[in-house]
Design a protein around this ligand. Structure first.
Ligand code: ZN
Length: 277
């Protein structure tokens, strides 16, 4: 559950990622042989998967090792264990709190991480609702799916590059730089939009599963509403990565922003939860 305010860092981060994909696709289209393009595409995918599955969880464990919420740590752990039992989930799930001014919670593989500020702001029932939401992400093995999704823009961009190079080999001439850049950008944009849509679907599903596990959809609504009302600044690059494209408070944001948002808006999520009440 991430803070839905408009965060400039997120925009910068995802613009940089998109630009990097597009530039790599363009370079592949103009400069490389098909074999080299395939090799570079494969390395990019392996690197993304490696960072997401190994380096980031380790960094988070290191970062959170120092952070202990003495008064409520045990309570939160008990809450999560009850939710896991209720869900009939058989694997271990670790719970960490993180010293951070932001009020987010997220999950990665078998980890659930909650910012201390979030724990401070929410009451027990609201925290249970948030843990239910994150547990749903863990149970859905969504971290692995997210890696796959993260790779789609790379694949699309590389695909444009590879296709262009094959064209050149077939004697149709290498594409001009603007054509290759345009194709790569279009491929990255299209796959980013699909990626964002898939992530939004997962958010609705996690909200619904949390409501089912806790029996109190209203508590998730109040948690989301509370968090939304808090202004946050100064996110690190890692924070920004997890926050994804910012989710505006109101549904009447710009169409492009809506297309690329990784989370539904507060209003959309509340409307979906109200149907479960
Ligand atoms: Zn979520």
């Amino acid at each position: 559950m991430q803070h839905p305010a408009i965060l400039k860092q997120d925009i910068k981060y995802w613009s940089a990622v998109g630009a990097a994909y597009a530039v790599s696709g363009t370079l592949m289209a103009c400069l490389l042989t098909p074999l080299a393009a395939v090799a570079i595409g494969a390395c990019a995918i392996a690197a993304t998967a490696g960072i997401y599955k190994h380096l980031l969880p380790r960094a988070i464990k290191d970062e959170t090792a120092e952070s202990r919420l003495v008064q409520r740590g045990e309570k939160l752990r008990g809450m999560l264990d009850r939710l896991i039992a209720r869900a009939g989930y058989k694997k271990d799930v670790s719970l960490y709190t993180r010293k951070a001014p932001t009020t987010s919670a997220w999950s990665m593989l078998d980890l659930i991480i909650a910012d201390e500020a979030l724990v401070r702001v929410l009451d027990d029932d609201e925290m249970e609702a948030v843990l239910g939401h994150e547990l749903s992400h863990v149970m859905g093995r969504e971290a692995s799916q997210k890696v796959t999704l993260l790779c789609t823009p790379i694949v699309a961009s590389a695909g444009v590059g590879i296709l262009s190079v094959f064209n050149a080999v077939a004697g149709q001439g290498a594409p001009s730089l603007p054509v290759a850049a345009g194709l790569s950008l279009a491929a990255v944009f299209a796959t980013e939009a699909i990626f964002a849509y898939a992530l939004r679907t997962r958010e609705y599903r996690a909200d619904a599963r949390s409501a089912l596990l806790t029996g109190r959809p209203g508590k998730l609504v109040s948690a989301l509403t509370k968090v939304t009302s808090i202004d946050q600044n100064g996110l690190s690059a890692v924070d920004a990565m997890f926050h994804g494209i910012p989710v505006p408070l109101e549904p009447e944001e710009k169409p492009l922003q809506r297309l690329l948002s990784h989370h539904p808006t507060l209003r959309q999520r509340v409307a979906a939860l109200e149907k479960l009440m």
